[in-house]
Design a protein around this ligand. Sequence first.
Ligand SMILES: Cc1ncc(C[n+]2csc(CCOP(=O)(O)OP(=O)(O)O)c2C)c(N)n1
Ligand SMILES: [Mg+2]
Length: 325
Amino acid sequence: MTTHLSAEQLLHAYRVMRTIRVFEERLHIEFATGEIPGFVHLYAGEEASAAGVMAHLRDDDCISSNHRGHGHCIAKGVDVHGMMAEIYGKKTGVCQGKGGSMHIADLSKGMLGANGIVGAGAPLVAGAALAAKLKGSDAVAVAFFGDGASNEGAVFEAMNLAAIMNLPCIFVAENNGYAEATASNWSVACDHIADRAAGFGMPGVTVDGFDFFAVHEAAGAAVARARAGEGPSLIEVKLTRYYGHFEGDAQTYRDMGELKEMREVRDCLKQFRERTIAAGLLDASQLDDIDGEVERQIEDSVIKAKSDPKPPAADLLADVYVSYP
Ligand SMILES: Cc1ncc(C[n+]2csc(CCOP(=O)(O)OP(=O)(O)O)c2C)c(N)n1
Ligand SMILES: [Mg+2]
C-alpha cells in the first residue's frame, strides 16, 4: 500500500477512528444502565467516513450532521468530555446539557449541529457554503446524511441550490443499508445514491466506507474541487452500523451473520491497522499506545460526566429563541 499521508496524519486518523469506536461502545454499555436521558444512535462501524472526510477540513469549514452524529463531532474536533457531558444532560456539556445526543453543536469547530430531523442538515450546509463564498473565503461545507435522508426533498433542494449557485459543498451520503428498518435497496430508486449527482450536474462517486484510504481520496478530490470554486460534489460512502438504529432496537430485520463477517473481516480499524503495519508505515506499538490513551480518555470522560452538575432551573430560559415573560 502507498499513501502520501505522513505518519503523524496516519496516527491522527487512527486516533479519531479509535476514539469514536470506544466512545460508542462505552455508550452502548452506559445507555443500558438507564442513566442517559433521551435517545442514542451509535456510529460504530462507520468511523472511516467521518475520519476520511474530516482529515481534509479546517475549523472554518462547516459540517452538518444527523441523529447519528457522535462520530462527525469527534472527527471535527469537538471536545470529548464536553460531548459525553452533553449526552448525560450536564451543565458542562458543549450545549450546557440542553441538546443531548442529537443536538451536539460547536460553532468554534465548524460543527453546525447534529440534527433530529432527517435531511435537515443539507440546506444548512448550502447556507454555510453560500456564506463562505460571499465572504470570498475558500472554506467549504460538508453535509453528512444517511441513505434514508438521501430520499428527502430537502436534500434534493440543497443539492440543486448548491449546483446552480456553484457553492463549495460536499454532500456525503452514508449508505449503511437501512433507514430504521427499511432497506436502502428497496427505498432508493436507483442502483447507487451517487448516480443521483448526474441529475444535478455534479460529480458523484461511490466508495467503500470500510476503507479509510478510499474515503480519504474521494473526499480529497471533492474538497479540492470545492475550494477551487469548481462547485459541489456527492460522495456515497457504503458502510454498516454495528448496533441497532437506536439503542434498544432488536434488529429483527437484519442478517446478523453478514454483520459478523463485516466486523471480523472488513472492519475499518482492523484494516487500517493491518495495512499500515504491513506497509511499514506505522508500528503496532504506536497504535497500541493510542488504544490505551483513548481507553483512559473515555473512562475519564464518563466518570467526570456522571459527577458533573446538572443545569440549574435558572438556566431554563437562557439560550432559547424567545424567553416568555
Ligand atoms: C423528517 C423526518 N422523517 C422521519 C424521521 C424519523 N427517523 C429518524 S431516523 C430515521 C432513519 C434515517 O435513516 P438514514 O438517513 O439512512 O440514517 P441512519 O439512521 O441509517 O444513519 C427516520 C425515518 C425523522 N426524524 N425526521
Ligand atoms: Mg441509513
